[in-house]
Design a protein around this ligand. Sequence first.
Ligand SMILES: Cc1cc2nc3c(=O)[nH]c(=O)nc-3n(C[C@H](O)[C@H](O)[C@H](O)COP(=O)(O)OP(=O)(O)OC[C@H]3O[C@@H](n4cnc5c(N)ncnc54)[C@H](O)[C@@H]3O)c2cc1C
Length: 402
Amino acid sequence: MTKALIIGGGIAGPTLAVALRRIGMEAEVFEQLPPDADQRGSWINFQANGLDALRAVGLESWVAEIGYPVDTISFVNGRGRSLGQMPMAFRRPDGLTSLMMPRARLFVALAEAARHHGIPVHHDKRLIDARDAGDGVIARFADGTEATGDILIGADGIHSTVRRLIDPTAPAPRYVPVLNTGGYIPDFTVDAPPQDFRMQFGTRCFFAWMNTPDGGTLWFANPPMKDEPARGQLSGMSDGQWRTWLHELMDGDAGPSSSIIDAAPGPIQGWATYDMPVVKRWHDGSRMALIGDAAHATSPAAGQGASMSLEDAVVLAQCLRDCPTTASALATFQSLRQTRVEKIVEIGHRSSSDKAAGPVMRVLRDLILPGKFRAAAKDGGEAMMWLQGHHIDFDERVVPAV
Ligand SMILES: Cc1cc2nc3c(=O)[nH]c(=O)nc-3n(C[C@H](O)[C@H](O)[C@H](O)COP(=O)(O)OP(=O)(O)OC[C@H]3O[C@@H](n4cnc5c(N)ncnc54)[C@H](O)[C@@H]3O)c2cc1C
């Protein structure tokens, strides 16, 4: 039986492992973090095409109960003036919709699903090297152990080691000049309609909030930071420093940001934002390939990174099932996926730039955005059909590209 070594137990890795099991391949997942690691990344907007990809390989039920549905997004400017409202998600005929969920719970659910399917998920296994040994691939880990398989898939995220092994000249992730912070506040609500995610293009900072059905509030903020923070700069900021800075950024703006900042459970933490615009080589032509953020990370503003990673996992399994050789499968996979994901990376980058607009751009943005939102609202989200309406039929055969 062909065996895949999957590096990375995030979102794409465990899903790929289950998909490979379905096509009769053996798979093992190797994750660098310990099993009880506190996965960073607060809450994510998990869109319907991600659920569709999970459904394609029978995993939808593992995550469908985790999140809160979101109906609409409404936008206001710093003064609280409405810039428009649009559906959060395109209404799919199959009823799948967009959910807000804790990124950490999504990780845990997918790892549990993989184990449930009999897939070994090894923790504390940081890949440091891999080489093609002619009749297979040998992976080497930081703890001195090795593993062998027929193929090795890098689902190891935006700072991928496998990407560098495949192409030492691959570009580094691109810094996107807004930070991320946010979380969930239990037993705390703000003045906002249910299932409406209110997003504020504040005077100095993008800030968003939504009441949850269980009486809490979700929030996030994107403080602008022009230059990439130095290593340790953000993790070195105390809870108090974050709160003070967020208050300064939101000072004078209308809305509940100030009470949210005060009520948020600590410690408040923040992360820099990166994306990965164009990775030319997604595979080495024979035994190694990349999926998910390792191949094409998008800024969180697109709300699509998780879903794209899941689509990748399912499509790669289809290619390995239907193409005559592994080389053909890897090339077909890249050709099927690259245009779609690069378009989304571009959208994410543009949305992040809107959030970091200076004074002049802010005026233009307030003039332009209402028209855009009106257009999006008019067709009930139809314009998002190519994105959120995407459907994968796992049984449909892939036509090899080479
Ligand atoms: C703050 C934040 C907000 C986000 N918001 C959204 C959102 O709203 N919607 C959305 O869809 N997406 C969002 N994303 C993006 C989304 O989380 C990613 O696109 C998604 O997690 C990518 O999945 P992946 O499996 O490719 O990579 P990851 O989920 O990053 O998983 C990679 C895994 O590989 C492991 N790893 C790395 N290197 C090695 C190694 N050398 N050896 C072994 N293991 C290794 C890592 O520890 C990690 O567990 C957000 C991300 C962040 C950081």
